[in-house]
Write a protein that binds this ligand. Structure first.
Ligand SMILES: CC(C)(COP(=O)(O)OP(=O)(O)OC[C@H]1O[C@@H](n2cnc3c(N)ncnc32)[C@H](O)[C@@H]1OP(=O)(O)O)[C@@H](O)C(=O)NCCC(=O)NCCS
Length: 190
């Protein structure tokens, strides 16, 4: 069971549940071809983003495996929604989860995705009690791989041409972090 104590504040960000009035902001980046280039979906129309938002609005907590936690990321200074985080509860028995992250390009390259996603790992390890959290990305998605490395996740696999993304065979990278590795990195950060 994971019921985050929202809002979660970091140095520059505020993490909170999604709301119905996030549609314009969410669609402003889900509709961009550059943002969804290495994702399985999109670019999304406004109606498609509305359907995605409806799921997120009802995913502010995690109660059982198979569900995902959706977290909206706001810039603290302006209140603007700039990012979309999710944590999927893959297995209760094996205490496994998977993170995902999408940010508006106007806010790339500032360490904001790193700042937000670190909190998502914290929720997964410290509040949900996960043992292992993975992240997967297209082998061409260097920004995503670099973020996972900055988070301290290890590359465990490069699966050669194991899927077709938007018409092209592509490698998939699998990154992971264990709870012991999280504790060690949290201790180093103190
Ligand atoms: C994946 C994604 C979230 C990464 O975002 P990002 O902004 O590159 O990631 P970070 O927040 O870690 O920022 C890192 C950059 O900020 C810079 N930076 C600036 N100030 C910083 C600070 N205070 N702290 C840390 N890094 C800082 C870093 O040097 C780095 O720069 P570089 O990209 O030139 O090396 C983003 O590219 C994205 O949304 N992509 C589209 C969706 C997508 O593919 N999602 C992943 C699906 S698997």
């Amino acid at each position: 069971m994971l019921r985050p104590d929202y809002p979660i504040s970091t140095e520059r960000l505020l993490l909170r549940p999604f709301r119905d009035d996030d549609l314009d902001a969410l669609n402003s980046f889900q509709s961009r071809a550059d943002v969804v280039r290495y994702l399985y979906w999109g670019p999304r129309s406004r109606a498609e983003s509305a359907a995605a938002l409806a799921k997120r609005v009802h995913s502010a907590t995690l109660t059982e495996e198979g569900q995902f936690l959706a977290v909206a990321v706001e810039l603290a200074e302006t209140g603007q929604l700039i990012g979309d985080l999710n944590l999927e509860y893959l297995s209760a028995e094996h205490r496994q989860g998977e993170i995902g992250f999408v940010f508006h390009p106007d806010h790339h390259g500032k360490g904001l995705a790193l700042e937000a996603t670190r909190e998502l790992l914290r929720l997964g390890f410290e509040d949900l009690g996960l043992h292992r959290i993975i992240g997967r990305c297209d082998g061409r998605n260097t920004a995503s791989a670099a973020l996972m490395e900055r988070l301290g996740m290890r590359q465990e696999a490069r699966l050669r041409e194991n899927e077709i993304v938007k018409g092209a065979w592509t490698d998939e990278l699998v990154y992971a972090m264990l709870e012991g590795e999280w504790k060690a990195s949290a201790a180093r950060a103190v």
